[in-house]
Design a protein. Structure first.
Length: 107
């Protein structure tokens, strides 16, 4: 193979990698937007949810105005913070307990 053919192939591979990375970034951005919309809908419905309902860590983070990782730290270290329950393999926080927390009552 001639040297200029090798460099052309390398450029083509690099262009493919750049395009794939750009596609991945677009997918990440779209996933983040979907998650934000889902959390916004859950926050709108929060007051109408039954006390026995469960919400995910991202909703709890939005309610507490903190990061999802902070929610997990608070759940582990703070005895007054509601503990998550595993439901269907996912962690869910009880809406009734979260309401008490937000009103300043012990959970």
């Amino acid at each position: 193979m001639k040297p200029d053919q090798t460099s052309t192939k390398r450029r083509a591979v690099n262009v493919q990698h750049v395009a794939a990375a750009a596609g991945d970034e677009q997918k990440k951005k779209e996933a983040k937007e979907r998650e934000e919309q889902r959390v916004a809908k859950a926050l709108e419905k929060f007051d109408r949810m039954p006390a026995a309902a469960g919400v995910g860590a991202s909703v709890v983070a939005a309610l507490c105005n903190c990061a999802v990782s902070t929610v997990w730290v608070r759940a582990a270290r703070n005895p007054d913070f509601p503990k998550p329950r595993k439901i269907g393999g996912r962690a869910r926080w009880n809406v009734g307990e979260l309401r008490k927390l937000l009103q300043g009552e012990p959970a």
